[in-house]
Design a protein around this ligand. Structure first.
Ligand code: NDP
Length: 627
């Protein structure tokens, strides 16, 4: 080791090579196509196990101002903001049995949210709700969804247990026909598509899945009838069962400790380890909550997302594992980087490359660019330090040396969703729990008795798929319905060669349709924050348009093209970072460049929110054709 390496305690070059080797062995040519669509023989994986009484009703045939598709946080926030804007003629259509979306489906044992609840729960100042802990669990979050629904009287406007099967634009009536699986035909002036970015469970295309004779389900449809217990654990139905979990992402990290505590034998099949930091949950101090001044909630979530986006803040209000990496970084580079460069962040490598091509090598190698590069190196060093600490934590907590080694993540912290848990790693010290590391290859064969790896059959009674959700596949496939716009063009046809929107929300030839989600919009760790901002934006546009008696709101073609160019330009800022990441849904399974515009706004959420706020301050609704 050099003197510098001795000082920092690791060799950056060796780590860089290790990260690259780990990434290279995981990148697959088939990318997203490695996963199997949950239809046909596999459709039972998405059956609703939570409905107690099936709804009986006849079809509805009527007209309404607004249909909101999806009763998760996005749909609820859209409805709440519409109510606040004085728009009440809306209907929310939800396939589940109640509000909740993600939190309706994901009730697996241990499910909880690792974004601080005081930031994650939207509308907190309106509902005056006090979460019990700094990090809430699934049961409380689902309950909070009901609190919002009751506060804003949303049940009266809801059609539950109803799945949209298609929406078709009718030019003559200037309305959408919304069709459902219950034979409803609802003619709506406006339709909000809020069907969730992680809504469609995905299965790896493992040969022989359907030949397995035991029990099987996906984590987002937890079968408590089989396992016993509830989201707090106590899975007594598993006490004589051999169980396999496939996947070690954020979901598995939370349910594995409960499975380990209850099952006779647990095998955890791992392709890539998650980074597991300290959880350190704390009860809420009600006095602290009561002492917060009006506007605190927005200030707090903006403070949190600002830190994550590299926007300087005076104080780290949330002060947890998410913000620590960024605090460390700013602390370490404050002396060396010019202050305004602190604002940049994820972007810097890409910016430098763009300058290189635009200005030529000579100008590129100015002192300023050298500082950029210095800053970027410091960022990488801070990340190495953080991940070294994460890996050291594995050694401290896991007794078996080989198991500990296999559980160490070798990639930059934000290449994958960071995880925080105080019992996951220790679960591997149990005699009844075994980590089956697949060396980055993943599980590829199942037979009647269990999982086959390297010629060995792991015989089990139950296989649980903790394999996540579709991202980056065709929009209609994920939504579960097709959208036909002007002239019958489908949204799949429109976006066949790349997503095109204005602000992520409006689409040319799809008038009066509003799209929620991170694509060509803001990507936040606090997903509810982005949804709330979209709801505020939606309510502003609808209120303004309705006040003008407008019947048609549509993205202007030139504005849409310009926005796509903006997304492509901004995507370059994060591209270099993503390219060196291990594959996952954050970087299109390692195929970063495939469709550069099918991504989020690369300038970061705070920049995006400010841009939208500025746009709203001009009453012209520039970029939209309104008639
Ligand atoms: P993920 O997509 O994050 O994880 C899927 C897991 O399945 C990965 O470990 C993946 O490995 C693995 N996998 C896929 N195919 C195979 C295979 N053939 N063999 C073995 N393993 C395989 O899904 P999750 O449900 O865990 O999480 C989804 C998202 O939901 C999170 O990123 C987060 O945004 C959110 N979430 C948040 C939580 C929180 O707040 N704590 C909790 C749970 C979810 P590989 O990494 O190699 O692809």
């Amino acid at each position: 080791m050099s003197a510098h390496e001795n000082e920092i305690g690791f060799d950056p070059d060796a780590l860089r090579q290790k990260y690259k080797a780990e990434r290279d062995k995981r990148v697959r040519a088939d990318g997203n196509d490695q996963y199997r669509e949950v239809v046909g023989d596999f459709a039972y994986f998405v059956d609703d196990p939570y409905i107690e009484t099936a709804l009986q009703r006849g079809p509805i045939d009527d007209a309404i101002d607004v249909v909101i598709i999806g009763g998760g946080f996005g749909g609820m926030l859209a409805a709440a903001r519409l109510r606040e804007a004085g728009i009440h003629d809306f209907r929310i259509i939800e396939k589940g049995g109640d509000f909740g979306g993600t939190w309706y489906w994901n009730r697996y044992p241990g499910a909880s949210c690792d974004i601080e609840s005081y930031v994650y729960f939207p509308l907190l100042e309106k509902t005056k709700f006090t979460p019990q802990h700094k990090y809430t669990n699934a049961a409380e979050t689902l309950n909070y969804c009901h609190v919002i629904a009751q506060n804003y009287e949303l049940y009266a406007n809801a059609l539950m247990q109803t799945e949209v099967v298609g929406t078709d634009w009718d030019e003559d009536s200037q309305r959408w026909l919304v069709r459902t699986d219950r034979g409803d035909a609802i003619r709506a002036r406006f339709v909000v598509h809020s069907n969730g970015p992680l809504n469609r469970p995905k299965l790896p295309a493992i040969s022989g899945i359907n030949s397995f004779k035991g029990h099987t389900f996906h984590t987002s449809r937890w079968d408590y009838g089989y396992t016993g217990g509830d989201s707090d654990g106590g899975l007594d139905g598993l006490k004589d069962k051999r169980v396999a979990v496939i996947g070690t992402g954020a979901t598995a990290v939370q349910c594995v400790p409960h499975l380990g505590a209850s099952a006779a034998q647990l095998y955890v099949f791992q392709r890539t380890p998650s980074s597991i930091d300290l959880r350190n949950n704390q009860p809420t101090d009600p006095d602290w909550m009561a002492a917060q001044k009006p506007g605190w909630h927005d200030t707090r979530r903006r403070n949190f997302e600002s830190l994550l986006a590299g926007v300087p803040v005076k104080k780290d209000l949330v002060n947890d594992g998410w913000t620590e990496a960024f605090r460390l970084l700013f602390g370490s580079v404050r002396e060396k980087a010019p202050s305004k460069l602190r604002i940049a962040f994820w972007a810097l490598q890409g910016l430098a490359r763009r300058d290189f091509y635009r200005k030529g090598a000579k100008k590129y190698l100015t002192e300023k660019a050298m500082r950029y590069m210095q800053f970027d190196k410091e960022m990488e060093l801070a990340d190495f330090r953080k991940m070294e600490a994460i890996r050291a934590r594995v050694d401290q907590l896991v007794e078996d040396g080989d198991t500990a080694e296999a559980l160490k993540p070798y990639y930059r912290q934000f290449c994958k969703r960071p995880c925080f848990h105080d019992e996951y790693l220790q679960t591997f010290n149990r005699d009844n729990v075994a980590l089956v590391d697949t060396g980055g290859r993943g599980v590829s064969e199942i037979n009647a008795k269990g999982i086959v790896l390297d010629g060995k059959v792991y015989e089990v009674d139950c296989i649980i798929f903790a394999t996540g959700f579709e991202v980056g596949t065709d929009y209609a496939r994920r939504a579960g319905y097709q959208i036909h716009g002007v002239g019958g063009q489908s949204i799949s046809q429109k976006w066949a060669d790349g997503v095109a929107t204005f602000h992520g929300m409006h689409v040319k030839n799809f008038p009066n349709a509003f799209f929620f989600g991170p694509t060509q919009s803001a990507f936040t760790a606090t997903y509810t924050y982005a949804l709330d901002e979209q709801s505020i934006h939606l309510a502003h546009i609808l209120k303004t348009a309705m006040a003008r008696d407008a019947t048609r709101i549509e993205a202007n073609e030139a504005a849409e093209q310009k926005w796509v160019q903006t997304i492509i330009e901004k995507a370059r800022q994060t591209e270099a970072f993503q390219e060196q990441c291990t594959p996952g849904y954050y970087n299109n399974e390692g195929h970063v460049n495939r469709l550069r515009q099918n991504t989020f706004y690369g300038g970061g959420p705070i920049e995006f929110f400010d841009l939208m706020k500025k746009w709203r301050s001009n009453t012209k609704l520039a970029g939209l054709d309104i008639s």
